[in-house]
Design a protein around this ligand. Structure first.
Ligand SMILES: C[S@@+](CC[C@H](N)C(=O)[O-])C[C@H]1O[C@@H](n2cnc3c(N)ncnc32)[C@H](O)[C@@H]1O
Length: 422
């Protein structure tokens, strides 16, 4: 007998006669919507079950919408099922229920657990070309499908993906044969807080956007200048904690719905911004990513308080570090260290640096709310950080190194002084 554990998943490309068959889609969000949009081109009976149903479903003819929470008995009589709720665990439970009834099931964004996956297709009268990748490389399937389509010379329509609109003056994909047909997300940096520190490019993308997914710390009032719909997705947004998985799904759904999507992050998106995970997830869902850099808070802090992060005599290198769980990390060998996310770890930072050989008198600048009116700086030295809380306001950066002495406010004073600078 074959040991299935050692085999990758494989999908048999067959064309199933689904004429008049009953298909159930569980879920009323974007994932469900895109399945329904693909399916309605076929002569099938589509039922959608969900508590929250996106109003866009109401514009689709000939589908049966049931506003209710999912129940296993909903599956009875269906030929195949798409489990498209926004909860992976619920989708997995639906899968179990389907299997108990011998119904084929597809789980949104989970080819590994799906009994079938949808290949990239295009149709020309009675001919259908379907390109699959065992659920592994959707982007490549679509590229191959597009090449076949281009070379067929028939210029047929009928692709499942929504048209991607041009972004910020760029031509629409259909206007340029070299441009891919994929949707795109712009990952842009907002800078440290002061809206005057955003780049012109980010500003232009924000003006063009249909939807802006933004971090919690960003200036919500300023964002009102842009007509796009704003969705706060940061950890500090209200009481509801949106986790990274949820953010990823929201980005994918909006992009595939043809929206011009900007994911706006504080500072620079590539500095402690989890951008890497978002890029990987978006690419794996066949979505292009463009990154617009932002001014990271360390650069803004250095500028605001005139701290040269490097200096010809006393600072030949600078490193950006995470300020927590330092015991588990290797400290970089640099003359200046800038700690992000270390507001509550000041004492730990001090102890670990001194243990690793840093002089206890090394100057330290604690800087909160860089570039905002309530910004403060406290100048101190390493061995003072455990004495009493010097500055606890957040967001906070901690700059350690001899270069701190070069800032105009530096005085070797004890106790340390707190200063405000607008
Ligand atoms: C998740 S990291 C994001 C960093 C961001 N991508 C950047 O480039 O600045 C959040 C940390 O950045 C720092 N930070 C961000 N904005 C700040 C500001 N305006 N003032 C001081 N620190 C800031 C704080 O250390 C905060 O804990």
């Amino acid at each position: 007998m074959n040991n299935l554990k050692h085999h990758q998943q494989e999908y048999l490309p067959i064309s199933v006669n689904i004429t008049g068959k009953k298909i159930l889609v569980v879920g009323g969000g974007n994932a469900a919507l895109s399945k329904v949009k693909s399916l309605r081109r076929f002569n099938v009976s589509i039922t959608v079950v969900g508590i929250k149903i996106d109003p866009a479903f109401l514009e689709i003819d000939n589908i049966h919408i049931i506003h209710k929470s999912y129940d296993p008995s909903d599956l009875d009589g269906f030929f195949m099922v798409y489990a498209c709720t926004d909860n992976r665990h619920t989708n997995e439970i639906i899968r179990e229920h389907c299997h108990a009834r011998n119904i084929l099931v597809n789980l949104a964004d989970n080819p590994r657990l799906s009994d079938f996956v949808s290949p990239a297709i295009y149709r020309e009268e009675d001919v259908t070309v379907a390109v699959g990748s065992n659920g592994k490389n959707v982007k490549q399937s679509i590229m191959i499908r597009d090449n076949i389509k281009k070379n067929s010379g028939s210029g047929l329509a009928g692709l499942p993906e929504p048209e991607k609109p041009g972004i910020n003056g760029q031509p629409k994909p259909t206007e340029n044969v070299k441009t891919t047909t994929y949707p795109k997300v712009v990952l842009a940096g907002f800078g440290p807080g002061d809206p005057e520190l955003i780049t012109l490019k980010t500003h232009n993308y924000l003006l063009e956007a249909d939807i802006i997914f933004h971090d919690a710390l960003l200036d919500a009032q300023f964002l009102e200048n842009y007509p796009a719909r704003k969705v706060a997705v940061g950890k500090r947004c209200g009481r509801h904690h949106i986790d990274q998985e949820e953010i990823n799904q929201l980005l994918v759904a909006a992009a595939w719905n043809g929206k011009k999507v900007v994911r706006l992050k504080g500072g620079d998106p590539l500095i402690f911004g989890r951008a890497g995970e978002e890029i990987q997830f978006l690419n794996s869902h066949n979505i292009d990513v463009e990154i617009v850099p932002g001014i990271t808070s360390a650069f803004a802090a250095a500028a605001q308080f005139q701290i040269p992060l490097t200096h010809r005599e006393i600072g030949s290198s600078v490193a950006f570090c995470v300020g927590h769980n330092l015991a588990e990390r290797e400290l970089p060998q640099a003359s200046t260290l800038v700690f992000y996310m270390g507001a509550r770890q000041q004492c730990e930072i001090s102890k670990i640096l001194i243990k690793k050989g840093w002089n206890k008198n090394t100057p330290v600048a604690l800087i909160s709310n860089v570039s905002n009116p309530q910004s403060k700086v406290v100048i101190s030295q390493l061995d003072q950080l455990c004495q009493h809380p010097l500055l606890q306001e957040t967001p906070l950066l901690i700059i350690v190194g001899q270069v701190v002495k070069k800032m105009p406010e530096f005085e070797e004073s004890n106790p340390p002084k707190e200063k405000k600078r607008a």
